[in-house]
Structures are given as structure tokens and as C-alpha cells.
Design a protein around this ligand. Structure first.
Ligand SMILES: Cc1cc2nc3c(=O)[nH]c(=O)nc-3n(C[C@H](O)[C@H](O)[C@H](O)COP(=O)(O)OP(=O)(O)OC[C@H]3O[C@@H](n4cnc5c(N)ncnc54)[C@H](O)[C@@H]3O)c2cc1C
Length: 265
């Protein structure tokens, strides 16, 4: 086990932000998680990425009048803290609204994160300042999704993190990421090109097939070449199989395809 000044348990957003803070102070950090590296980010991997900011420039540009007091009133109105054991959740609400009305936006922007100019109204609740939920729009949507991932990928030195980013890109199933997967096929690290192969198979489109076929000319310096070509040919076969099956299903009603034909496909 490596030495570190600080150990963070949990590689979700809270743990990763804590790790950033430790690194920014010149200390080393070890992050441990019950899950493997493919699940880096915890719930945030699945989340929509909407950010709660209070009185942001985006809100002001849209004429939304928001204040720290209003946001805190909304939070306390929704939470209804009225028991002794609500002490710490109440402290958390105060701290989080301070953060969301303060350094949260600039902290994220310093790290390259930007948001759409439109602000959404999630958890709208009771529609007014005394009811449940947000009384004004505060849901800021992360700018960039795919391209932002690609930029981070290109500068990322850790192969397992690059592999994670490739997975995050293809699991969204947007055709726009297919060229990115082709780029990742050229990565030196085996876990990265394997993930890219999985992604191109998951798409199983004519475009992904052509990109896989053109990867046959990829040159390797080391012994990974044999494994790459084995995996690549398997991926090509799977995509061809999927495309043939799709063509059958597209032209005839499902009920008319016999079991024998399916086997032959
Ligand atoms: C589908 C979905 C959509 C969402 N959309 C939004 C949104 O748009 N906006 C928003 O603000 N929020 C959203 N959220 C909520 C947001 O993603 C979470 O609040 C946030 O990511 C939680 O971060 P966390 O670090 O506190 O916890 P987690 O992400 O849960 O991380 C905890 C980590 O600790 C690890 N762990 C737990 N126990 C142990 C243990 N004993 N030992 C080792 N490791 C352990 C877990 O494996 C995990 O990696 C969404 C959530 C989901 C699921």
C-alpha cells in the first residue's frame, strides 16, 4: 500500500473534491473505494449534471432575482427541520447555500467547467417563496458533455482514467462520440483500446464497422499487437452479426422470422 498524507474513502464527488483540495495544498492523497476504477465518480457518473448556484451571472442575465436569503428560506422550507437530530442537516444547509452563493461557481470554472446560458427550474415544488422547493430557477446545466470529455481524455496521463472516460462517452449512446472511440482505439494502453472496442461494438452501426475495419492497419511497437488484432477481429464479427440481424428485423415483421433463420444470421 502506498504512503499518503491523507486517505479519502469514497471516490464520489465529495471524495474527489476533498482529494483536489488536499492536492492543492501540496499534500499527497490516497483514494479508496469499494468499487473499481470503472465506477469513478460514484453517483455523479449517472447524474444529469445540473448545478445548484445562487444569484449567478446566468440567472441575472435572464432577469432571475435570487439571493442567499431566498435560497436558504427555500431549503429550510422544504426540509422542515424541527427535531434535535436536525442540528447537523441544518448546519449543512447553511454551509451549502453559502458555498452555492459563493465560491462554488468560480471553483468549478477555475477547473474548466462552464454552464449553459439557460437556467432550469428543477425541484420547483410549491411555486412560491413560502412553499416547498425552489422558488426561482437555479439548475445550471454543465456545458460541453462529449467535447469536454474528449479534451480531458487527451490530457489525462492515467490509463485507467482514460478508459473510464471512454466508457463514460459510449454509454451515453450518442453517435457523435463514434469518431472519439476511433481515436481511443489508437491509445497505447490496453484497457483504453479495449473500452473503445466495447463502445464501437455497442453502437454496431455502419460507421462503427468501417472505423473498426480501418483499425486493422494500426501498427504496434510491442507484443500487444497480437491481442489487439484478435480483439479487433472479434469486434468486427460482432458488429457484422448485429448489422445483419438488424437488416432482417428492419425488413420483416418479427413474427415472420423463423428460429432457423435467426440461427443462420
Ligand atoms: C440518476 C441521478 C441523477 C442525478 N442528477 C443530479 C443533478 O442533476 N444535479 C445534482 O446536483 N445532483 C444529481 N444527482 C445527485 C448527485 O449525483 C449526488 O448527490 C452526488 O454525486 C453524491 O456524491 P457523493 O460523493 O456524496 O456520494 P456518491 O457519489 O454516492 O459517492 C460515494 C462513494 O463512496 C463509495 N463508498 C461507499 N461506502 C463505502 C465504503 N464502506 N468503503 C469504500 N467506499 C465506499 C461508493 O462506492 C461511492 O463511490 C443525481 C443522482 C443520480 C443517481
Amino acid at each position: 500500500m502506498a504512503d499518503a498524507d491523507v486517505i479519502v474513502v469514497g471516490a464520489g464527488l465529495a471524495g474527489l473534491v476533498a482529494a483536489c483540495e488536499v492536492i492543492d495544498r501540496g499534500r499527497s492523497v490516497l483514494i479508496v473505494d469499494q468499487e473499481n476504477a470503472a465506477n469513478l465518480g460514484g453517483q455523479a457518473f449517472w447524474s444529469f449534471g445540473g448545478l445548484f448556484f445562487v444569484d449567478s451571472p446566468e440567472q441575472r442575465r435572464l432577469g432571475i432575482r435570487d439571493t442567499h436569503e431566498l435560497a436558504l428560506q427555500d431549503w429550510l422550507g422544504s426540509a422542515g427541520f424541527d427535531r434535535p437530530e436536525d442540528h447537523w442537516p441544518r448546519q449543512w444547509a447553511h454551509a451549502y447555500v453559502d458555498f452555492a452563493a459563493g465560491e462554488k461557481r468560480s471553483w468549478l470554472r477555475e477547473r474548466g467547467l462552464q454552464t449553459f446560458a439557460l437556467v432550469g427550474w428543477a425541484e420547483r415544488g410549491g411555486y412560491d417563496a413560502n412553499g416547498h422547493g425552489n422558488s426561482v430557477p437555479r439548475f445550471h446545466i454543465t456545458w460541453g458533455t462529449g467535447p469536454a470529455i474528449v479534451d480531458i481524455f487527451r490530457g489525462e496521463p492515467q490509463p485507467d482514467v482514460r478508459a473510464f472516460l471512454v466508457k463514460a462517452a459510449w454509454e451515453r449512446r450518442e453517435d457523435a462520440v463514434i469518431p472519439f472511440l476511433a481515436e481511443a482505439l489508437n491509445d497505447d494502453a490496453e484497457e483504453v483500446w479495449q473500452e473503445a472496442l466495447d463502445g464501437l461494438v455497442a453502437f454496431s452501426s455502419q460507421e462503427s464497422l468501417e472505423l473498426l475495419q480501418s483499425a486493422r492497419s494500426r501498427k504496434f511497437k510491442d507484443s500487444a499487437a497480437k491481442r489487439f488484432h484478435l480483439w479487433l477481429e472479434e469486434a468486427i464479427q460482432q458488429v457484422q452479426f448485429e448489422l445483419r440481424a438488424k437488416a432482417q428485423f428492419d425488413t420483416r415483421p418479427f413474427a415472420k422470422i423463423t428460429r432457423k433463420e435467426l440461427k443462420e444470421t
